[in-house]
Design a protein around this ligand. Structure first.
Ligand SMILES: [Ca+2]
Ligand SMILES: [Ca+2]
Length: 228
């Protein structure tokens, strides 16, 4: 189809003259500055999504591990108590021992996600699923005074520890409730790019609530939204 009938013909040399007349040095500098700003914005936007996508993959895998473990054992790892595992007995899989409510040798706190990893690592199938995430994701880089207390933890795409919860009821006494959405099933959460957990129950418009906005939750990947 010919669409050039209504287009005014401009010779190449005249077009070049008009182009040369059309742009002053100041205008070119402005255009260059705008391009530099746009490229820097693009780079800052694309840098985060890589970690974001990596975190979503980690959350998705962790959720699949929890599901597989539950299918094979009928056990949901409890984040808030010692049941169904007795932490007063020695833990030989990836730590020497633990006692009390998640305390290693009575002194080092073992987080809920570390208890989750310890539990699913007892099962070869789920241990392999976690191991496939790689040593940068399944790591033991926390601990007080020394690097690592002997329990592996899962970290997100920014290298920060994930939280595991087996279900949150804001009416109960779980102290982590302030930054965890109410959801009756197990889930994993990352603090997101800002590294801040925030407070899901904070007043609207508050800084604490805003910190929760980039948090990533494994239940969101299933298209399910919790009560907030
Ligand atoms: Ca650890
Ligand atoms: Ca956050």
């Amino acid at each position: 189809m010919n669409t050039s009938a209504t287009t005014r013909y401009v010779s190449p040399t005249r077009a070049a003259r008009e182009l040369r007349r059309g742009f002053s040095l100041v205008e070119l500098m402005v255009v260059t500055a705008i391009i530099i700003i746009m490229v820097s914005i693009l780079l800052s936007v694309t840098a985060s999504p890589a970690a974001d996508r990596h975190t979503q993959m980690i959350l998705s895998t962790a959720h699949a591990v929890a599901t597989e473990y539950r299918l094979q054992t009928s056990v949901v790892v409890n984040h808030a108590s010692t049941t169904p595992f007795d932490w007063s007995t020695a833990k030989t899989k990836n730590a020497n021992g633990a006692s009390g409510t998640g305390m290693l040798n009575g002194t080092v706190a073992v987080s809920a996600s570390e208890r989750f990893v310890w539990a699913v690592n007892q099962l070869p199938a789920t241990e392999q699923m976690l191991r496939n995430l790689g040593t940068e994701v399944l790591t033991d880089s926390d601990g007080t005074g020394v690097t690592g207390e002997g329990f592996l933890e899962l970290v997100d795409g920014w290298g920060r520890k994930l939280i595991y919860v087996s279900g949150v009821d804001h009416g109960d006494s779980v102290t982590d409730d302030d930054y965890l959405p109410e959801y009756p099933k197990p889930y994993f959460v990352s603090a997101g790019a800002d590294g801040q957990w925030g407070d899901v129950q904070a007043a609207s418009g508050s800084a604490a609530l805003a910190q929760t906005e980039d948090n990533l939750y494994s239940f969101d990947l299933e298209g399910k939204m919790p009560q907030r």
